[in-house]
Design a protein around this ligand. Structure first.
Ligand code: ATP
Ligand code: MG
Length: 508
């Protein structure tokens, strides 16, 4: 028996008010709107932030293929496409909602104007004030722009194809009491977000996409710091095949702080900072969805972001055919690995985390050394009954030379070293490092260099006195901490020691 049915559409005003709470940030809302421009093959997107207190607006204009009047009318509907429908391989959309939900997360009026090839200019809008005032709760799609929006309409070029998305009545982006500076801060955040999310589109000598914010070109930010090769480790590319399609993974360990200049180091940190930006970077059709997350993986417990794994970043590429399996959300900011790939991803991440730990802990310094023999480190860590203690390495040449000195100081020096070892302010060093108080700043390394030069002279003399040949002494120093970081200083040590140096070292 066929059942009768009634029409029970949602009330437009209430529905849209509810959808405002999806939790978009301004930057995510703009990125979601630009996704549509990319899908429409735009090569240029202009984002205009216009400050005028309550009349401020945001316009996103692209030179993509645009929409005919019929297509635009359909695009303005919520859920114009079913998410289970297959999408083109370069389409960044999925839910048929983004253009609308992104706009209403920021403001109360959305106007979209577009021109497709061979079609007239088309323009439709939603206005939450109009819908709220409609007694029937209906979906009153407005034709043409509001009088107040006419000025912004001119941003859509009068020739060629393209689309203009205009957000007005920005009660969320410009809440009451906000100032122009808040607006400017938002623009900065948006710029950094777009630089990251679309970096693969923005890179290269002939980028596929140019994004301008108020006329300024957005420069790409690559999380894998591709321009800095020294000390950067990358794995081979791995393809993971699963039922829902294949994904591609490449693991990276970024260089230790000491290998980068301050500017490079700060630039590589990323928007949220080093710790927050560790983990997987999930790209869907080359657009970044997740910028650093361990994705709930971990063995046995899910990993949390921490200081020692901050250099680990893993690139993971998925395609939009796998959206359901990866549980992609409307805001395009969540992805969850399906069961079929979790184990492999965990293994790859474990390996990367181990490498990242090693680089972080050992300053990643593997400069030219005569052989792969181990470096004499000044400090050793000794684990005993689960407790880690730090000891000064008695075999380090500088220590050895004092212990073996003819002055028979061995017992006194040993007592002194034990005292120092038992009072290392481990907690304090840890806190200072975590809170980024400049521990191991590049500046300090420059300072280190002068200190290293002086220490080096003393130690070199001492080795020569122990009947090392100059060549063997230099070889040994090249694998002695901290001199292995300054090979040029070691190599510059003269064969013949001048009497002046000899004197000064003897006096010291
Ligand atoms: N800038 C644009 N140029 C051309 N067509 C567009 C543009 N913006 C939106 N559209 C059309 O409007 C439709 C609806 O966009 P909307 O962002 O609401 O949903 P979607 O992109 O299909 O899915 P999602 O909710 O995942 O973003 C798109 O599918 C596209 O056909
Ligand atoms: Mg979309």
């Amino acid at each position: 028996m066929t059942r009768s049915s009634r029409s029970a559409p949602p009330k437009a005003s209430a529905m849209l008010e509810s959808l405002r709470g999806l939790g978009y940030s301004t930057e995510a809302a703009i990125a979601d709107t630009i996704d549509n421009s990319v899908a429409a093959s735009a090569s240029k997107v202009d984002v205009i932030f216009h400050w005028a207190q309550k009349s401020s607006y945001v316009a996103i204009i692209d030179n993509g293929h645009g929409m005919s009047s019929g297509a635009l009318e359909s695009a303005m509907r919520l859920g114009n496409l079913n998410p289970i429908q297959n999408r083109g391989s370069s389409d960044l959309g999925r839910f048929g909602l983004g253009m609308k939900t992104a706009a209403f997360s920021q403001g109360r009026r959305l106007t979209v104007a577009s021109r497709a090839s061979g079609s007239e200019f088309a323009c439709f809008g939603w206005d939450l004030e109009v819908l709220a005032a409609a007694p029937d709760g209906g979906w009153h799609l407005l034709e043409g722009p509001d009088d107040n929006s006419l000025g912004a309409m001119s941003l859509l070029q009068s020739t060629g194809t393209g689309t203009l998305v205009l957000w007005e009545l920005l009660d969320r982006l410009v809440p009451p009491g906000s100032h122009q500076q808040d607006f400017l801060d938002t623009i900065d955040r948006v710029e950094r977000h777009l630089a990251m999310v679309f970096h693969r589109y923005l890179e290269g000598s002939r980028p596929r996409l140019r994004i301008m914010i108020n006329g300024k070109l957005v420069q790409p930010w690559n999380p894998f710091n591709a321009s800095v090769s020294a000390g950067h480790w990358s794995s081979p590319v791995e393809q993971l095949n699963a039922e829902h399609g294949s994904s591609v993974v490449r693991c990276h360990v970024l260089p230790h702080r000491d290998r980068l200049t301050k500017v490079e180091y700060d630039a590589a940190a990323g928007i949220a900072g080093w710790n927050a930006q560790q983990g997987f970077y999930v790209y869907r059709n080359e657009r970044l969805l997740v910028a650093g997350s361990w994705l709930g993986l971990g063995n046995p417990k899910p990993w949390v972001k921490d200081e020692i794994h901050r250099l680990a970043r893993i690139q993971l590429d998925i395609s939009n055919a796998a959206d359901a399996a990866w549980k992609i959300d409307i805001r395009k900011s969540i992805a969850k690995p399906p069961h079929g790939v979790r184990q492999k991803l965990t293994l790859l991440a474990e390996d990367t985390r181990r490498r990242a730990r090693a680089v972080y802990a050992h300053r990643g310094q593997v400069f030219r050394r005569p052989s792969e023999e181990p470096v004499f480190e000044a400090w050793e860590s000794v684990v005993n009954s689960g407790v880690t203690r730090y000891r000064i390495n008695r075999q380090h040449p500088a220590v050895r030379s004092v212990l073996d000195s003819p002055l028979s100081l061995e017992a006194d020096v040993d007592t002194m070293l034990k005292l120092l070892e038992s009072t290392i302010p481990v907690q304090r060093i840890w806190l200072d490092t975590v809170e980024d108080r400049g521990v191991s700043e590049r500046g300090q390394v420059e300072g280190d260099q002068e200190e290293a030069r002086q220490l080096l002279q003393v130690l070199y003399q001492s080795l020569l006195r122990q009947r090392y040949s100059p060549e063997r002494a230099r070889e040994r120093l090249l694998r002695t901490e901290p001199f292995q970081r300054f090979p040029h200083l070691v190599e510059a040590l003269p064969d013949q020691v001048s009497s002046q140096t000899e004197e000064s070292s003897e006096n010291s």
